[in-house]
Design a protein around this ligand. Structure first.
Ligand code: ADP
Ligand code: MG
Length: 602
């Protein structure tokens, strides 16, 4: 008899509450139990997002007959005895309440056999009430089946999201568990389809390949660091792999997938010189640190932890990643030099050389971000009070004769004066100087064209020859499938190629010429990270806006003729002033304001 009931003081030290929030929490508990039982092959099977059916099978050590009923008691665990053990836990589960909590709200079945036992056992418990306990012939290991979650507490079922979303949470969880244990083969089957299979005794890189596909697996840099205080091992991806959300930043603290701000900051600061703002890297590495250097706080559904010495941890992770990134950067001569930024990029460690601006553009489509430039324009507005955004123009107090401020230019003649900073077009129109952001203008025009085409239900596609192959993660795949009809309506043609690979055969006419692969990945990332509405119209508009935003990246230089065409289109729009993401497209200064500034008029 190895399983004991915890004493009351220990129970009190463990935050009370519900373990079981959603199907993913059940899967987490059951898989962690399987890992703790020494399994090296774990299969998770779900139906209907896990709400109607979850089965977790392992080849671990099994549960002794005498322990079976005890295991389902609250606070029964074989893993710790007193609260002291809480701080030196090496196993994953330790609260001893998972099985009791899951059994209380579902119809649960346990089939298990230990190595030494001649036969196995089947135990059925529904809503916490034992229904069956019988002998059964089964292989070594344990299978848990959880049916109809919340069948006896229907109110809690209402808090669940759609089955696809719940399945997504489970998929993501299993990905993290698989990454944390390359020595265990994980199989995930959703509604009869195998979604993930990782090799047993694989290396971390094999698991990354199985989950994220070839593109990421072939762009990894080794991370290997050990200063005696903290040890890091695993991979960080080259900055060419950039994503629209933080979900690709994987790290495991003493084998656990735990979110920690110090680690996030260290990662993102190291990548800062190489990634545009709002872009996030891919990482997957293990952090090993002595248990007495961390402070673990046990929460009913999650585990929080803090490092005792944040600075040391930050420094180690930041330095190791900076070094890995720095080692691979080979400066290249640029074709289109742009002026170097004067301000050093903040948070860059002194030993990280800044790649030339131009090199970045060539390599990874880095740009001097429009945001920064707009930011400085805003600063000018404040300081000098001379440039005003259009909506504010009308509010300029008027002491004298009234100049022609009612300026807008639709259907009026205008003269393009030229371009500055490879980004802004100066346009003279009657008594106004307009400064137009080329990227925002392009984005705005593309967006309006796409939305227009959707509304008229005639989006033209442009075929890509040859088609492009993209490999998607589980989540991206689901997201694509859920939105496939909208992608099609917009003019994308995407087809399953096999495994995680998809063919992109066509893109919307308006987006032809852009980097279709990057575009799609970015749009999918955005869709995943934003809570998308079910309203089909706003979803379409959102997709259109994301698509064009992704399409116009890069500090492209355009010719006078191209600019003319773009400005003609822009200035015909009903509202040319703001891009679909709310940034200004045009700022203006009137002749009157200029005259005032030069004190020609008082
Ligand atoms: P905890 O994992 O916190 O100890 P649980 O309620 O999850 O508590 O599990 C209770 C006990 O049941 C565990 O301590 C373990 O002894 C046993 N157990 C649960 N799942 C398995 C499994 N898959 N294989 C072997 N033993 C298991
Ligand atoms: Mg457990």
């Amino acid at each position: 008899m190895f399983i004991k009931v915890l004493d009351q003081s220990t129970i009190n030290k463990i935050a009370a509450g519900e373990v079981v929030e959603r199907p993913a929490s059940v899967v987490k508990e059951l898989v962690e139990n399987a890992i703790d039982a020494g399994a090296n092959a774990i299969t998770v099977e779900i139906k209907d997002g896990g709400t109607s059916f979850i089965r977790v099978t392992d080849n671990g050590k099994g549960i002794e007959k005498d322990d079976i009923q005890v295991a389902f008691l609250r606070h029964s665990t074989s893993k710790i005895e007193t609260d002291k053990d809480l701080f030196s836990i090496s196993t994953l589960g330790f609260r001893g309440e998972a099985l009791a909590s899951i059994a209380a709200i579902s119809q649960m079945e346990l089939i298990t056999k230990t190595n030494d036992s001649l036969c196995g056992y089947r135990y059925v418990i529904e809503g916490g009430i034992e229904k069956k306990f019988e002998e059964i012939g089964v292989p070594n290991g344990t299978t848990f089946i959880v049916k109809n979650m919340f069948f006896n507490t229907p109110a809690r079922k209402k808090f669940l999201k759609s089955e696809t979303t719940e399945a997504g949470y489970i998929g993501e969880l299993i990905e993290h568990l698989a990454l944390s244990r390359p020595d265990i083969a994980f199989t995930f089957i959703n509604s009869g389809k195998t979604k993930l299979h990782t090799p047993m005794n694989g290396t971390l890189k094999d698991v990354i390949y199985a989950i994220y596909g070839k593109e990421i697996a072939t762009n990894l840099l080794n991370l290997d660091y050990d200063d005696g205080y903290i040890k890091l091992s695993g991979y960080v991806a080259k900055p060419i792999i950039e994503r629209g959300n933080r979900k690709f930043e994987n790290y495991f603290i003493n084998k656990r997938f735990i979110s920690n701000n110090t680690v996030i900051n260290a990662i993102e600061d190291a990548y800062e010189p190489y990634l545009m703002s709002h872009k996030f890297p891919f990482t997957c590495f293990m952090i090993e640190i002595a248990n007495d250097k961390i402070d673990v706080n046990v929460h009913p559904t999650k585990m929080e932890m803090r490092f005792m010495e944040n600075d040391k941890v930050y420094e180690a992770i930041n330095t190791a990643i900076s070094k890995a990134l720095e080692d691979r950067i080979i400066p290249q001569v640029s074709i289109t030099p742009t002026p170097k930024k004067e301000e050093p990029v903040k948070n860059v460690k002194p030993n990280v050389p800044q790649p030339f601006e131009t090199n970045r553009i060539k390599d990874y489509s880095y740009v001097t971000t429009v945001d920064e430039l707009i930011g400085s324009a805003k600063a000018v507005v404040k300081e000098e009070n001379i440039i005003e955004y259009k909506p504010e123009i009308k509010e300029i107090p008027e002491p004298e004769s009234v100049p022609d401020n009612d300026c807008f230019i639709i259907d009026r003649d205008y003269t393009i004066i030229g371009q500055v900073f490879d980004t802004y077009w100066m346009v003279e129109c009657e008594n106004n100087l307009f400064i137009i952001d080329q990227h925002a203008a392009h984005e705005k025009v593309l967006y309006e064209q796409l939305v227009n085409a959707i509304n008229k239900q005639k989006c033209d596609s442009q075929a890509l020859l040859p088609p492009i192959v993209i490999s998607l993660s589980l989540k991206e795949e689901d997201c694509l499938k859920n939105n496939m009809s909208i992608f099609n309506e917009l003019g994308f043609e995407i087809e399953h190629f096999g495994g995680k690979e998809y063919y992109v055969r066509a893109v919307p006419m308006q987006l032809y010429g852009c980097d279709a692969k990057q575009l799609l990945l970015e749009v999918l990332d955005n869709l995943i990270s934003e809570s998308t509405t079910n309203d089909i119209v706003s979803r379409k508009e959102k997709l259109a806006s994301m698509s064009c935003k992704a399409a116009i990246k890069g500090n492209t230089r355009i010719s006078y003729a191209e600019a003319k065409e773009l400005l003609d289109k822009l200035l015909k729009l009903e509202n040319p002033y703001n891009c679909p993401h709310g940034r200004p497209v045009i700022i203006s200064m009137t002749k009157y304001e200029m005259d005032k500034k030069f004190r020609r008029i008082l």
